[in-house]
Design a protein around this ligand. Structure first.
Ligand code: SF4
Ligand code: MG
Length: 318
């Protein structure tokens, strides 16, 4: 399949205080194919949300490029950017904060359609809202209610309906289930999967939890402190992780079978996550890496393909 999104050597730095630079995203490259779900995983503060926002053009980039369908997103004229926003939508982490509490569900879901003048008549918009509510597993008569009348899972469904309102091609879901009860998470993931299959959407699914991402993603990229450190197909990442950080993340996922769980080695990372304002020299993971060597302090490991379609940034494999 053809790459619909290309992120090439993207950097996003923020100036903080005076003379200090926060390196939120540092030289990250990946591509997403049409119809693919790409999972981006890492601890909070690793830069994954910043990548999502920079892809959408909500942030200016510092360096590198983001191409959507071959076009440089950050080089678009305002009118073309407006048109592109119709194709690319975002689902946010916190369904409590992302829905206006004073708007009805009808108003919330209609808003993007009105901004983009998708329909001429109010009645058409209303019908479309009903249809969208049903698509996400809610009911028509929910349209006249307010966000506070719904549970967390239902609110996320409202957010999903709004993201679908413009018939987008590409959806960035930024931790869409992290704020929800565990019992509800699988339902929302299943809904997203269904929608993706039905509509052939392309997804960038951002999460800090590797277990949920595995179920939904075709390929997964693992981030640490603004850097992409491993990228491959989902099963390959779970069965044959190479990077010491990925290994540690995977070892933290509980296994339901107690016998297997007992025998398994758990890798506990020492130390704190360093600040992206003063990231370590060389390999950004070296201060917590159980395998760190002298070269890790001196040289940044290149992001290399070490097995077919399996990319890793680690000196152990160079
Ligand atoms: Fe660990 Fe060195 Fe590999 Fe970094 S490059 S992950 S410090 S072994
Ligand atoms: Mg985030």
């Amino acid at each position: 399949a053809k790459a619909i999104l290309e992120v090439n050597r993207l950097k996003k730095f923020f100036e903080v205080n005076r003379n200090q630079t926060l390196q939120a995203v540092n030289d990250v490259s990946f591509q997403i194919s049409e119809g693919e779900t790409f999972g981006l995983v890492g601890e909070s503060g690793c830069g994954k949300s910043t990548i999502g926002r920079t892809i959408l053009g909500l942030y200016h980039k510092t360096a590198g490029e983001v191409l959507y369908d071959g076009k440089d997103i950050h080089g678009l004229k305002e009118n073309d950017r407006f048109k592109l926003h119709k194709k690319m939508q975002m689902i946010f982490q916190d369904p409590y904060a992302s829905l206006n509490p004073r708007s009805t569900v009808q108003e919330i879901i209609s808003e993007p359609m009105e901004i983009h003048r998708l329909y001429r008549h109010k009645k058409e918009i209303k019908e479309r809202v009903y249809q969208l509510l049903e698509e996400v597993g809610l009911q028509r008569d929910h349209a006249n209610r307010y966000p506070h009348e719904f549970s967390g899972g239902q609110r996320q469904r409202i957010g999903i309906a709004r993201a679908l309102a413009l018939n987008p091609e590409f959806i960035i879901a930024d931790e869409p289930i992290s704020a929800l009860d565990v019992s509800i998470q699988a339902q929302v993931v299943n809904l997203l999967k269904e929608i993706q299959h039905e509509k052939g959407l392309t997804f960038l699914f951002i999460a800090h939890d590797l277990s949920m991402v595995k179920q939904i993603s075709d390929r997964i990229g693992v981030m640490y402190l603004g850097n992409l450190i491993e990228l491959t197909k989902s099963e390959q990442l779970y069965d044959h992780p190479y990077h010491p950080y990925t290994k540690a993340l995977l070892s933290a996922i509980p296994i339901p079978d107690p016998e297997v769980e007992e025998k398994r080695e758990r890798i506990i990372l020492q130390g704190e996550l360093p600040s992206p304002i003063n990231p370590p020299s060389g390999c950004v993971f070296r201060t917590r890496c159980p395998m760190a060597m002298l070269i890790c302090e001196q040289q940044k490991p290149p992001f290399r393909e070490i097995a077919p379609e399996h990319f890793v940034a680690c000196h152990l494999y160079s």
